[in-house]
Design a protein around this ligand. Structure first.
Ligand code: IDP
Ligand code: MG
Length: 148
């Protein structure tokens, strides 16, 4: 069973898409194991996006992510990392496949609604950075109908 980290970015929250986006993950069968509504600090934003520190869009990216509250969550399920990336869609909404979140709700790369971990190492590091050990292990009655 795999875990991945997701942020509903400020544009998703401001546009009232929190429920719509989380519903897509829930319907897919993924299980919420952590979630919080929060204002991101400049320090946390810089740590989270440290890999992009030298990129020309870094300053704008930090400004965007701290500009208004976000929802941070951890999802668990079979192949959760790849499944969530595929559900979110390509980084540029114009190139995202129809039916993905970024294609259905976005137009621009700098307002692409959702962050999702891109591999096992980043998933582990991001979960620790945003939640520490504060995850909830729980069983769902429906698990046997989702996980073989
Ligand atoms: P990802 O979110 O699909 O993993 P990354 O390449 O890791 O994409 O970039 C992180 C975030 O930085 C993107 O989601 C987007 O918000 C922003 N970003 C990436 N490239 C650009 C760009 O060229 N212009 C503006 N923002 C960008
Ligand atoms: Mg990324």
């Amino acid at each position: 069973m795999e875990r991945t980290f997701v942020i509903l970015k400020p544009d998703a929250v401001q546009r009232g898409l929190v429920g719509e986006i989380i519903a897509r993950f829930e319907r897919r069968g993924l299980k919420l194991v952590a979630m919080k509504f929060m204002q991101v600090s400049d320090e946390l934003a810089r740590k989270h996006y440290a890999v992009h520190a030298e990129r020309p869009f870094f300053a704008g990216l930090i400004q965007y992510i701290v500009s208004a509250p976000v929802v941070a969550l951890v999802l668990e399920g079979t192949n959760a990392i790849a499944v969530v990336r595929n559900t979110v869609g390509a980084t540029k909404p114009a190139e995202a496949a129809p039916g993905t979140i970024r294609a259905d709700f976005g137009l621009e790369i700098g307002r692409n609604l959702v962050h999702a971990s891109d591999g096992p190492d980043t998933a582990r590091d991001e979960i620790t950075l945003w939640f520490g050990d504060d995850l909830v292990a729980w069983g769902r009655a429906v698990d046997a109908w989702i996980f073989e």
